[in-house]
Design a protein around this ligand. Structure first.
Ligand SMILES: [Zn+2]
Length: 138
């Protein structure tokens, strides 16, 4: 199985390792280990990385570029940073705040991705051979 470094063009869960990927998050996949790998690549939900990813300073996640990393930082780490000075906040409320923050962040990321990273949904199995030929003839 070929290993590939890819980034996510939409927020979605990928296998057990990544319950929720952020837009622009870079992961290494073994193509074919997950049943939908080929489809995800074909539809452009996962895209090959051809540059050095940037590392988040606060979690193990890597990103395609600083823009995606900053976005991830704002969405994923802002809530915990904002409440870190308030020790009196009960753990349950803290988790709710985190969950709400993440939910809003996901919605925002989804909207952002819709606007900035269009998917080519015409790349179905049937049309793929054709588009490959079209590219080759250019
Ligand atoms: Zn992070």
């Amino acid at each position: 199985m070929a290993k590939k470094l890819v980034w996510a063009a939409r927020p979605f869960g990928y296998g057990d390792d990544y319950p929720m990927l952020d837009v622009g998050q870079v992961i290494e996949i073994e193509v074919g280990r997950q049943p939908n790998d080929e489809k995800l690549l074909r539809l452009g939900l996962l895209r090959e990385v051809d540059s050095k990813p940037v590392q988040c300073g606060r979690c193990p996640a890597q990103f395609l570029n600083d823009g995606h990393l900053n976005r991830h930082g704002r969405n994923r780490h802002r809530v915990s940073a904002a409440v870190s000075g308030r020790q009196e906040m009960p753990e349950a409320d803290l988790q709710t705040a985190e969950a709400l923050g993440n939910l809003r962040a996901l919605e925002a990321a989804d909207e952002f991705a819709e606007k900035t990273i269009p998917l080519d949904l015409s790349k179905t199995k049937a049309s793929q051979g054709e588009s490959k030929r079209a590219r080759a003839s250019r």
